[in-house]
Write a protein that binds this ligand. Structure first.
Ligand code: NAP
Length: 505
């Protein structure tokens, strides 16, 4: 995000964005005019908008509160049908929106298309959940008594999302919230407002009633506390950094409301001596350098068995040397830019920190500024070898294409290293030995574990999320993601039609 002047090349016209409150597109009344630019070439302006003020956020909450009773009364299969319609519209616009995502966030076009597909699959999954919003029945100890549970919506919920998956993450929060019958106030990351506006337009076009989904675009530091602390907010679904996630969690804790915070990762991939090394190579390349390392699930630590370490590393270096870095719209490009100047600085700072702490720079390490690259936030894919557990590069999330390599002798040491950080989002092991793989699955402290596949990825029908410092609250996606947005009510129905004394507590 920066304020820049003119675009020199033929670019789609910069979008003039508005807030969406109570079913109307309105200018924000905040005091900042925000200009979002293409991180691959900051001369290209993607969008302009007047930021939302605190009053706008309040109006969005009020609109949601007004719309909620009627939305709650719509049957859940009918709510699901609106999601199905949204999926249909998104499918038709997939390539156009993927190109916008690449221009706004920087990830390469094939990855943006993959993210579009994932979001559409999530819409498909949650639309069907409208038919499956089921409770349970249970036998009672009493005669002629029916015990059952129903799932009911919470009310107005906040959805606060990061910039790195500007389509899929909002989808996987907004869809379950809506199908469960809640009204939503959505605040996307300030760096990706154009994708957020397109997502909301899709729901509007799909027939979502006014006020059920509201969009406020503006700075999280200015609006965030209101979207968490306002008494009408009944739950918060947050994805982002640990720093902000902990603040959100604390505020929700004080209010005693439901909260889920999905946060950072420092995900290990262990490559064992018996691994299919070609398979592992592909997985490490995609896991560590895909999306410029800007994935919560990125492979940021590589734990190599010492017997294969030298050979694997030298082949990895020769492979990353082939990655063309540049504008993600160019089909020859394999890695795009950092999302903004601040993330670029973080990447370069960690490279410097790792050098100073004595890790061995095995590849990369520089900002790329030759030719057209000087207009964007490009950094080389970077590998450090000999990274020790005491080093910051081993322990802290960079959120960039900087891979920390460590070597181990035995399984116990591999598990100790893999678990030796505060995070616990995802993990991977490459081995041909099923019993070793299963021991790893058992011991690894992570919400997700991959065997012979990279640390990245998730599917709509299975829970997604982390443990330890990576996540608190309910998992996302799947049934768990839906259940977060509901309250469970237990019903005791006595149909004897007689008075009697109960001896049950
Ligand atoms: P961030 O800085 O924490 O921001 C996340 C969201 O919170 C943005 O919408 C931001 O708004 C908003 N925000 C900022 N201050 C706030 C406050 N005081 N109260 C409430 N909301 C506030 O994170 P990011 O840089 O966008 O995303 C990168 C991080 O997300 C990484 O750590 C990554 O690992 C994590 N992530 C985790 C997952 C997962 O599922 N575990 C998935 C993707 C990303 P502004 O943009 O306006 O500041």
């Amino acid at each position: 995000m920066s304020t820049l002047t003119k675009s020199k090349s033929a670019e789609p016209k910069a979008a003039e964005l508005k807030q969406y409150i109570g079913g109307k597109w309105v200018h924000g009344s905040g005091d900042r005019e925000i200009v979002s630019t293409n991180p691959a070439d900051t001369r290209k302006i993607i969008a302009r908008f007047r930021s939302a003020s605190r009053q706008d956020a309040l109006s969005a909450i009020e609109a949601a509160q007004m719309a909620w009773p009627q939305w709650r009364a719509v049957s859940s299969p009918a709510r699901g049908r609106i999601l199905a319609k949204a999926a249909e519209i998104a499918r038709a616009r997939r390539d156009e929106l993927a190109a916008l995502m690449t221009r706004e966030e920087g990830k390469i076009l094939s990855e943006a298309k993959g993210e579009m597909d994932k979001g559409i699959a999530l819409m498909d999954w949650f639309s069907g959940e409208g038919f499956r919003l089921m409770g349970q029945t249970a036998p009672s100890e009493l005669p002629k008594n029916l015990l059952y549970t129903v799932r009911q919506p919470l009310g107005v919920v906040s959805v606060i999302t990061p910039w790195n998956f500007p389509w899929a993450i909002p989808v996987w929060k907004i869809c379950p919230a809506l199908v469960a019958g809640n009204a939503v106030v959505f605040k996307p990351a300030s760096l990706v407002p154009a994708m957020a506006v397109e997502l909301v337009k899709i729901f509007e076009q799909a027939g979502l009633p006014p006020g059920v989904l509201n969009l406020v675009i503006g700075s999280g530091s200015a609006l965030g506390d209101m979207l968490v602390d306002e008494p009408r907010i009944k739950a918060v679904s947050f994805t982002g950094s640990n720093e902000i996630g902990k603040q959100v969690h604390t505020l929700c804790g004080k209010r005693g409301i439901k909260v889920t915070c999905e946060m950072g990762g420092k995900n290990p991939a262990v490559i064992w001596e018996d691994a299919d090394l070609e398979l592992a190579m592909g997985g490490v390349l995609r896991g560590a350098f895909g999306s410029t390392g800007q994935r919560c699930t990125a492979t940021s630590r590589l734990i190599l068995h010492e017997k294969i370490a030298d050979g694997f590393l030298s082949k990895l270096i020769s492979e990353i040397a082939k990655i063309k870095v540049g504008d993600g719209l160019d089909p020859a490009v394999g890695m795009g830019p950092a999302v903004d100047e601040s993330q670029l600085k973080t990447d370069l700072d960690y490279i410097e920190i790792a050098r100073k702490e004595g890790a061995k720079l095995a590849y990369g390490g520089r900002r790329l500024e030759q030719g057209e690259l000087k207009h964007g936030y490009f950094v080389e894919p970077t590998i450090f070898d000999g990274v020790k557990p005491s080093m910051r590069l081993f322990k802290e999330e960079v959120f960039g294409p900087v891979l920390a390599v460590s070597r181990v002798r035995d399984f116990g040491q591999a598990v100790e290293l893999a678990n030796g950080v505060e995070f616990g989002l995802t993990s991977a092991i490459y081995t041909q030995d099923i019993s070793l793989a299963m021991r790893f699955v058992d011991k690894i402290e992570a919400g997700m574990v991959h065997v012979n596949s990279p640390t990245i990825g998730g599917e709509a029908q299975v829970p997604f999320g982390g443990i330890k410092g990576s996540g608190v609250g309910e998992r996302e996606m799947a049934k768990e993601g839906l259940h977060f947005f509901t309250e469970l009510k237990t019903v005791f129905l006595d149909y004897t039609g007689q008075r009697r004394e109960s001896n049950l507590y």
